[in-house]
Design a protein around this ligand. Structure first.
Ligand code: ADP
Ligand code: MG
Length: 146
């Protein structure tokens, strides 16, 4: 298994498409931070843990080809399962990707997409229940910052 895959980088401004409108803001990672997962390069939705400040929290991550770069660049976007009061553009985000949930799908409706994101979050939380995964929340990759 290629997991866990450690990623780290400063949260970038994305295209502002979807994300918050769908009730699912995604912190976009910089291109160079994606290298550790490019060996897997399987597009779709992953789950794991992410740290934006101090707390290590469950996350779902979408890995896809960036249409802006004529689909030559992979792009990784992380939705942290937490209700943040403010944005955190520019902050360093660390993540441990622990498993694959599903491939990218074409959605015929916004409702279908939103419904699938909800399923992804439940799958992620269920997977992370396993004690073996919980140990990753204390991984040294997540440094304690203040
Ligand atoms: P963009 O296209 O700029 O990525 P989004 O609509 O995807 O816009 O919003 C992403 C931003 O929202 C993140 O960069 C972060 O600053 C903020 N944000 C707030 N809550 C969350 C969350 N739970 N998970 C990820 N990002 C969040
Ligand atoms: Mg985003």
């Amino acid at each position: 298994s290629p997991f866990p895959i450690a990623l780290a980088g400063q949260v970038q401004k994305g295209f502002g498409r979807g994300g918050k409108d769908l009730g699912c803001p995604t912190a976009n990672l910089p291109d160079e931070s994606i290298t550790p997962i490019s060996s897997v390069a399987k597009t779709g939705v992953y789950y794991g843990y992410a740290q934006e400040d101090i707390q290590v929290l469950p996350m779902v991550m979408s890995l896809g080809w960036n249409p802006f770069y004529k689909n030559k660049c992979l792009t990784a976007e992380i939705h942290v399962m937490h209700d943040f009061k403010t944005d955190f553009y520019g902050f360093e985000m660390r993540a441990l990707v622990l498993g694959y949930i599903r491939p990218e799908l074409d959605y015929t409706s916004r409702e279908a997409l939103i419904e699938d994101i909800e399923v992804d979050k439940r799958v992620a939380l269920n997977c992370l229940e396993r004690p073996r995964y919980q140990a990753y929340a204390n991984d040294p990759h997540f440094s304690l910052r203040s």
